[in-house]
Every structure is written in structure tokens, then in C-alpha cells.
Design a protein around this ligand. Sequence first.
Ligand SMILES: [Zn+2]
Length: 239
Amino acid sequence: MEEKISGIVLGGTAFGENDKILNIFTLEKGVVSAKIKGVKKAGAKLKFAAEPFCFAEFVFSKTGDKRTVIGASLIDSFYPVREDLKKYFAAGTVLEFIKHFYRESMVSPDDFLLSVNALGDIAYGDDPLVPLVEFLIAALKDAGYALKLDGCFKCGKDIDGRTFFDYRSGAFYGEDCFDGSGREIHNETFKALCRAENGELLNGDEFAIKALKLLDYYLKNRAEEKLNSLEQLIQTFNK
Ligand SMILES: [Zn+2]
């Protein structure tokens, strides 16, 4: 049986001498694994289709539940992510998020489009931080870990002074409503997250990196997921 499915290569592991087993996030079937043959030989026709970030229409031959890639036509390789370290780590964070949060055969066209759009904005835009912060806020929400960005979680008022964040609930509090569980953050970090949720975070925003650090802290403590690419991206800003 043959199957034609659009998908993004998340990564792959060597199999035998020349083959690989790929992890592919697809529009129609969620994350699937598929063997691809001979891609480690020089001049292999489908070599491009075995690379992470490759977005292609794949043709699989399917026997039982085992898939083998027999064809692929490239839609986008997001090439600029290979030429810029920050873009590379930002795009890598998107792939790692998918690997950690989207289980095999969990189908979500919305999350697929969210991921493709984020990769495109990271690759072809000027500032990879903005699309990454926007992606993480939206993707965490879909994964059941929404940040509560509608003002103070207790009284609902906008927060303008001292600001506190409780990672266990993903909620923010103003000084009057803070009950001691959580930590103080910069008010501008909270504001940058709010702007990002509304698609109003601008390139070069000095608080985008602080927003990203808060998301990293939240991922580690609430969702208990450490994304290596995200750690490396943050390190490039600490130098
Ligand atoms: Zn309040």
C-alpha cells in the first residue's frame, strides 16, 4: 500500500550501514516513524529527505504498520536555519517541543500548521526570538500548559507594578494578590509575554529573551521537559 503525506523530519537514527529510521511529524497522521534506505551513500537521491527540518510530501510504502520512504518532493528545507546559530537553535527548539509533547499518532492539523509557520518565520525572518516565543506560548496552551496572561490571576486587574509568577499554575499575580508561592519577575517580562500572545511582540524587543527564559523555566518546572536546543539558544545570549 502507498501513502502520500506531508511532513517535517524531526530527526533520525542510523539503521544498518546506509539506512535511517526517521521521525516525521505529519499533517494527517501525527508523528510517524519510517525507514529510508541508502541515504548515507554519496549521491543518494533522497538524502535531502533524511535531514532534520526537511518539509516534504513523502511517499511511503506501507506494510502492516511499517513505513518506508520511497519518494519525497521538497516543500521547504528552511535552509537559513543552517546558516545562523540562533535560528538553528530556535528551529531546533520547535522540533524538540514536537518530539516531547506530540505523541505518536496524535493527529493535530492545528499544531502542524503552528509548527510549519513557526519554522518559516524563524528561518526567513530577522529575529528568531519573536516567532519562537509566540510558538511556545501557543503550543504550551495546546499541550494543556497554558500561561494565564489575562492580568492578575486573582483579581483580574492589569499588573503594572511588582509581578509574581507561579509555575505550578502558570499564573501571574500583582503584589496585593501574591500569596507567597512563586517568584518575582520583571513586570516587562510579563508584558512581553502578553504582547507575544497577541502577536504584538516586535523584532528586537529587549524583553523577548527574558520572556524566553521564563518559558524555559516553566517548561522545566511545570512540564518537566528540558529542551536542549532552548538551553543552547539562551546560552548564546548569555555570552
Ligand atoms: Zn490582583
